[in-house]
Design a protein around this ligand. Structure first.
Ligand SMILES: Nc1ncnc2c1ncn2[C@@H]1O[C@H](COP(=O)(O)OP(=O)(O)OP(=O)(O)O)[C@@H](O)[C@H]1O
Length: 320
């Protein structure tokens, strides 16, 4: 019988020595979902994925795939026969041909769907993998991950390096797999594929979960963006009314309000004090939502590279 959650991660923490990979991460992927795993570079996505595959040992917390604890070697090995995996760095096994590699993986877990997948994602199967283009390596990885007909597939940036046509072929394929009941979990930086494919997403930053939502809810919650060109130059905060989540000024001097409520009377009252030269109202896009989640990280990153105050550069003697 299928488990309710194909993946269940609870308070998962993984440190590499002093370096935090993920911390206190909790989420579950329901059986049959297409689930996106997102976050800025270095957020901890690959770390979590590698723990799920039993390739890294958690420092604390638990992770289960298809009901099996990933730290229970025997159970996890048994579960792995029903799991497909595409690692983030598909670049191994350079000297073998694609065909040979598929023979090898087939001998480990089965390959009943191999020919069907080779038809769908054609690759130069008799050429050495080290001579493959990035896209062909990625297609080989896809074939390898799906050819034993797994129930769950875990993928670290599965469409990286694929051209738009091949990307679309992958999207259609994943949707068809979902209709067959396969659970799909993948990390990505490509928001259009998140919008197209995912039922839900987990967003992490600095190793911690910052959002776990249905895609539709995420967009609905985020409201509208109002861009304004005013003849006057009020401080952005002067434009805040009930329901404004943030007010800022764009590089082109337009004011940018993110509005989550529906208090348009309040908006009219505030804007009545100014001369509006131009105004644009639009629904927030998924891109806007993600930038909000990622942005704090960018701000902090910028602070980190700003030089410290001059005083800090001086030696003890110079300060005295
Ligand atoms: N083998 C390792 N040894 C030490 N630190 C590591 C190792 N692998 C990852 N890290 C650190 O763990 C943190 C999370 O990295 P991870 O690769 O999991 O992030 P990511 O979200 O997959 O990033 P990206 O989107 O850039 O692939 C980073 O600070 C990274 O430097």
């Amino acid at each position: 019988m299928a488990v309710e959650n194909a993946i269940a991660v609870e308070n998962l923490t993984k440190y590499y020595g002093d370096v935090r990979g993920v911390e206190d991460l909790t989420f579950a992927v329901k059986t049959g979902e297409i689930f996106g795993f997102l976050g800025p570079n270095g957020a901890g996505k690959s770390t979590a994925i590698r723990v799920l595959l039993g390739l890294l040992k958690p420092t604390r917390g638990t992770a289960r795939i298809l009901g099996s604890d990933v730290t229970d070697r025997h159970a996890a090995i048994a579960a792995r026969t029903n799991v497909g995996y595409i690692p983030g760095d598909v670049g191994l096994y350079g000297d073998a041909t694609g065909e040979r590699l598929l023979d090898y993986f087939g001998s480990l877990s089965g390959d009943e769907r191999r020919e069907e997948l080779l038809d769908r994602f054609p690759i130069p199967r008799n050429r050495k993998v080290k001579a493959y283009s990035r896209g062909n390596k990625q297609k080989l990885a896809l074939i390898q991950a799906f050819m034993h007909d797994p129930n769950l597939v875990v993928m670290d940036e599965p469409t990286a390096g694929l051209d738009p046509l091949a990307q679309n072929a992958v999207y259609e394929f994943l949707e068809a797999e979902q209709r067959r009941g396969v659970t799909v979990f993948f990390s990505t930086h490509i928001l259009s594929e998140v919008r197209k494919l995912c039922d839900r997403v987990c967003i992490i930053r600095d190793g911690r979960r910052v959002a776990l939502e249905q895609i539709d809810t995420l967009v609905e919650k985020s409201g509208k963006i109002i861009r304004l060109d005013l003849a006057e130059s009020p401080a952005p905060d002067d434009l805040i009314f009930e329901g404004v989540a943030s007010a800022s000024r764009d590089s082109d001097d337009y004011y940018r309000l993110v509005v989550t409520g529906n208090d348009f009377e309040g908006m009219v009252d505030v804007l009545d004090q100014y001369t509006i030269r131009d105004m644009e109202i639009r629904e927030t896009s998924l891109e806007d939502v993600f930038i909000e989640f990622y942005a704090e990280d960018v701000d902090r990153e910028m602070q980190r590279i700003e030089p410290p105050p001059e005083e800090d550069w001086k030696t003890e003697g110079e300060r005295a």
